[in-house]
Structure formats: C-alpha cells, structure tokens
Ligand binder design. Sequence first.
Ligand code: NAD
Length: 477
Amino acid sequence: MTAAHYINGHWQHGEGVDCITVYDPALGQPFAELIAASPAQVDQAVAAARSALPAWRNVSAQQRAAYLRGFAEHIDQRREALIALQMQNNGKPHHEAVVDIDDAVATFNYYAGLAEQLTARQGREVPLSAPGFTAHTRLDPVGVVGLIVPWNFPLVTSAWKLAPALAAGCTVVLKPSEITPLIEQTYGQIADALGLPAGVLNIVGGKAETGAALSNHPGIDKLSFTGSNAVGSQVMRSAATFCRPVTLELGGKSAILVFDDCDLDQAVEWIVAGICWNAGQMCSATSRLLVQDSIADALLLRLKSAFETLRVGNPLTAEVDMGPLTSQAQWSKVNDYFAIARAENLQCMAGGEVVRDPGWFVTPTLYADVPLTSRLWGEEIFGPLLCTHRFSSEDDAVALANDSRFGLVATVISADLVRAERIANTLDVGHVWINSAQAVFVETSWGGTKGSGIGRELGPWGLAAYQSVKHVTRCLG
Ligand code: NAD
C-alpha cells in the first residue's frame, strides 16, 4: 500500500474505511491498492489549506506564476511515465494520452501567464460618474477551495482547476476519482519537488465518503466539481447549506449537425472523433448525430464502415484507435444501454456488443433513425454509442439540437460558413465547433448551459472563478 494522500506537505497512508483497487481496464486486472482518506484526514487537509492561505495569497503573483511554470516543466519531464499510467489505468490509446499531457502543460503555462499580468490588473482605477471619489479594483483569491474531479481526463480536469486556483492565490484540497487515484498524485510529487509551501496543495483520495466530507466541510470557501449530475446536485445542496459559491461541470448529450454541402469523408472523421475519442467517455461527446435527409443514407453507410474498421484493443500491447472503457461499472452501464436498445427495437448498423476479452471493451456502435422518445436519444451514456436522426431544414436541425436537458457543446459541419455561424448563434450550449471535432484550447471557455452545469472553466473565466472582486472607494474631500 502506498502513502497516497498529500496533506500539509507530507504523504500519509489512508485511514478511511474504503479500500480502493486500481485496475488496468484492458485486462480487467488490479495493479494497485490504497486506503481512502478518512473524514479526519479531510479535516487535516482543509486545516492545512486554511493555515497556508494568508501567506500564499500574499506571495507575489510573479512568484505564483513561477511555481505554475514549474508544474508545467515537471509534467513535461514526467511525460513518459504519465502517458504509460494513463494508458494502463484509463485505457487511453497512446496518441490520446499524449494530448492529455500537452493539455495539462499548456494549462499551467497559460495560467502562469495570466498570473504574471495580475499585478498590473490589481489596483486598477475605476472611472466614476460622480466627482469627489476615487475607486480601484482588487481581485482577491476566493480562499480555500475544494476541487472534486472524475476519472475520464484526470490529469487535464485537475489541471483546469488547480492551475487557475493557485494562480488566483487560493489554497486547494483536491479529491481525485477512486477509479484513477494515482494520476493526480503526480501533482503532489511536483509540489514536493518545487518546494511549494506546505498546505497550499493537498490531495485526498477516496470514494463518495471522502468527496462528501470535502463538499460538506465548513472550512471550504468554494467548491469546483466535475462529474455526474446526480452527485453535482448533492454538491450544490451542500454549497447551499453554507451559502458558498460552486462551479459545476456536469453531463452532456451533445448534437453534431451535418449539412448536405459537406465533404462526407471529412464529416465521417469528425463524427467518429466526436463519439469514439476516449471510448466515448467524454462529457462533450457528440452522441446525437443530426443529418440532413438528402445525404443521410450515404453518410450512415460510410459511418458503418468507419466504425467497423476502428482498431479496438489493449493500448499497451497494440496500436489502437480505441481502448477499453475505464471501469467495469461503466462497461456494465453501456451493456445495459445495449439491452435497452434491443428492447426499443433500435436499428443497429454497427457494434452493439460488449466484448470481455479479457478487459472491459465495447464495440463502436451506430444506431440509425433513433426515435426522439428513445432513452438512448435522451440520456448520457458515456460510451462509443452514436444515435442518429434525420432533419429536413435548418430550423428543424436547431430545434432538435436544442431539445435536450443538457447544453454542453455542439458541432456544425457545413461548407456554408455563414450558415454555420448563424446556427452557432442559436444553439443553447457553452461551446460550438464549426468543421472540427473536440478542439479544446486553454484560451477558450469550457462549461455548459441547462443541466450541463454552472460557471465556466479555462480562459480568463477560469481564473475569475477563483477570484473575489473587491473595490476600494475613497472620498477625496
Ligand atoms: P461522479 O459524479 O460519480 O464522480 C465525480 C467525483 O465525485 C468523484 O471524485 C467521486 O468520488 C466524487 N463523489 C462521489 N459521490 C460524492 C458525494 N456524495 N459527494 C462529493 N463527491 C462525491 O462522476 P464520474 O462517474 O466520475 O464521471 C462521469 C461524469 O462526469 C459524467 O456525467 C460526465 O459527463 C461528467 N463530466 C463532466 C465534465 C464537464 O466538463 N462538464 C467533464 C468530465 C466528466
């Protein structure tokens, strides 16, 4: 058993009730075990973050930026080990694991850059309409923040929270997912290597009990949560108890709209990437394909062939396009949806099966002409299952895309860029991609409307989420 929890600058063994087994999903075999942090250890982590706050918020933004650049450099130096761990624990193909490392490095460097500009923004004079007063702005850190993350992009999701929180001058208690609890330990190791002051970053691993101990803790000033809607609403309830702010990045059931003027081969590439990257375990998966009538038959046939030729397998032993699902629970959930699809008599053009050979694999799956009443059309599945539906007009397509309780992202594929922009303006989501798939940049925002969450990460909005605006107004008289 490893000392898995990083509290006040020290590594501790867990004292919680849960034993966490870490699996290689391609083999369905365990390769590590750890004991979860107890609620008392969560207390210690929050207390450490509280004690570290006064000094950390007064460290110059330039120095905080230097630490963030240090995180970026160390992630880069540990690249090979992190790629291997993500392949082994998440089942990510090599090329996808590489993208995650690059994203985390870019995130720390980006927020280092924003921290460097903070000094200039502090104390900025506010022009007033009335004479006799001056006022200036301060951007204070929110305080001690609790960060709770899921398993599908562990390194990246944690970087999206950790980097802006540290840049803003917050101190942090991070709770990784029990499915992938080893990856974020790297952030603790890097904190050690950089000499980050004790208590600025604390990491407590565990299951729901540990997460609930953190989200219900009175010593937290803000919570930022990424995960399911069911847990997100519990986290929001606990935030309501203390009347404190919360950022929620939740689920999605996003649409990809394909118009008849597109290049069909290129469209197939983007559609496949939008549903099969990370084996479809993406909040932003474009899992509802809306295709214009006149090209529907041709596009579906090409998609069937593309799905059937994807190389699915163990990323550690073969070059693959798609690995296994990351956990047995997720594999069972997808299997349940295959059964629902059969019960609903959906027309399956490709896939539709789980493969236990020996790990948690499923086949990329294509359902044609799915009725809008189908559970598969409405519910987030988190696997490589694409549901399709035809439309005849642009208005039709937009109405179908917006007809969802989620509003995370959408993709529009059309050669007519004026039309694509017009549609982007009417889609009720947080991010629209035109003629691309899942292109995420640290400079643009991340987050959704409706059931997809509250608030935005990345870009300057990601930093603002950890800042508290203060004005100092002075009478000149
Ligand atoms: P989950 O909600 O089950 O778990 C997320 C985290 O919350 C884990 O660390 C878990 O241990 C913790 N947790 C569980 N119960 C808790 C409780 N009662 N109180 C506090 N914390 C608790 O989600 P998951 O299965 O890990 O991730 C999949 C979900 O995450 C999907 O719905 C997906 O759409 C969503 N997601 C959203 C985004 C986004 O940016 N919008 C990104 C990735 C994943």
